[in-house]
Design a protein around this ligand. Structure first.
Ligand SMILES: Cc1cc2nc3c(=O)[nH]c(=O)nc-3n(C[C@H](O)[C@H](O)[C@H](O)COP(=O)(O)O)c2cc1C
Ligand code: SF4
Ligand code: SF4
Length: 329
């Protein structure tokens, strides 16, 4: 299959999904030796409609919210994008609880817009509600696996393997949204909660208004919400003084429940479409070949001026490498 461009598309209020999707997309583009394009539709000002060409491979990344694709982002996905039979890779991130039907829903939506899933991934990340839930994910090993999936996709497309249907776990149409629970095991109802602003700490910088995907925070009046809040935490994360946060009791009880129960022990789920006549072992071998290539390529070392061995990520460009060595960091 000829692919001229890999386009990484993401909705990613706190950035984890964007990072994962970019890793995957850049490995595919590197493997195929083709262009990489980035399209982020998180913020209202960045949203533009795209009709993907048949020779464009789309990596589409979304976070899991309540076990599904975020319900306020779903209409955007449908309105903005359409395909013409080209390949795609749906990717979801999740905060270590579960991705439930998020991946099957995203794959179903992409099929519905005329794209063909050739691979898919569900990747555990630190939970947007609190950094200490699922901390340290994705790990270096997770990232090598994700890039390995990218190389395996590139290899299959380069060799023009006759790919069959990709089976994605979960329901399609997707089942009900997950009901968040509190520490007492009862439903925690915080649909109407919005962040509060500590006016003594607020320096009126306007960052919270700039990063809100819903356009909910008023510039110059961060304490005054205009409408829907999806609890994405973008404004809380980005506030330079820590002035924003949630004080809703049901929300905090849910976060505490997650803290007590999420182990963060799951590996990313990496799926590749089988080629005609292949069984699960054959697919696993192709995936492992990609992982080995990624593991070999991700790191190399140099000797710095002080004679110390320095591990360098191959994705850093040479200017960055030289600057870090001269700076002696
Ligand atoms: C409103 C909301 C609901 C979430 N629901 C889930 C969930 O059901 N399961 C889970 O494991 N993680 C859940 N998460 C965690 C996110 O999926 C995870 O932190 C994700 O990587 C955030 O992506 P981003 O950094 O690209 O915004 C939720 C996060 C938010 C903000
Ligand atoms: S980001 Fe924080 S400091 Fe800046 S305006 Fe918003 S609440 Fe105030
Ligand atoms: S106000 Fe709500 S929707 Fe807007 S950035 Fe903050 S948490 Fe996200």
């Amino acid at each position: 299959m000829d692919v001229s461009t890999v386009t990484v598309v993401s909705f990613s209020p706190t950035g984890a999904t964007r990072g994962v999707a970019k890793r995957l997309g850049s490995a595919i583009a590197r493997g195929l030796g083709c262009e990489l394009d980035i399209c982020d539709f998180t913020l209202p000002a960045l949203r533009e409609a795209r009709a993907f060409a048949a020779d464009e491979l789309v990596v589409l990344g979304m976070p899991t919210y309540a076990g599904r694709v975020p319900n306020k982002a779903l209409p955007l996905l449908r309105e903005l994008f359409s395909g013409a039979g080209g390949p795609c890779v749906p990717v979801v991130t999740y905060g270590g609880r579960a991705f439930d039907d998020a991946l099957s829903e995203l794959a179903g939506e992409l099929r519905g817009m005329g794209l063909v899933p050739v691979a898919a991934a569900a990747v555990p990340c630190a939970h947007a509600f609190s950094d200490d839930i699922g901390a340290g994910r994705p790990s270096d090993e997770d990232l090598v696996g994700i890039m390995g999936l990218g190389y395996a996709v590139a290899d299959a497309l380069f060799r023009d393997l006759p790919l069959g249907e990709l089976e994605v776990p979960g329901s399609w149409p997707a089942g009900p949204y997950y009901t968040p629970l509190g520490t007492d095991g009862e439903p925690a109802r915080f649909l109407k909660a919005t962040p509060v602003t500590d006016l003594d700490a607020c320096v009126d910088c306007g960052t919270c208004a700039k990063v809100c995907p819903m356009g909910t925070v008023r510039d110059g009046r961060p304490w005054d919400s205009l409408g829907i809040c999806i609890k994405c935490q973008a404004c809380v994360d980005a506030c330079p003084t820590g002035a924003r946060g949630f004080d809703d009791e049901a929300f905090l009880s849910h976060v505490e429940m997650l803290r007590r129960t999420v182990t963060g022990a799951e590996d990313p789920l990496l799926l590749l479409a089988p080629a005609a006549g292949e069984d699960a072992d054959d697919v696993a071998r192709r995936l492992e070949a990609g992982r080995l290539r990624a593991a070999q390529e991700r790191w190399h070392y140099v000797w710095d001026p002080a004679g110390e061995r320095r591990w360098i990520e191959n994705e850093l460009d040479m200017a960055e490498l030289l600057a870090s060595l001269v700076g002696g960091e």
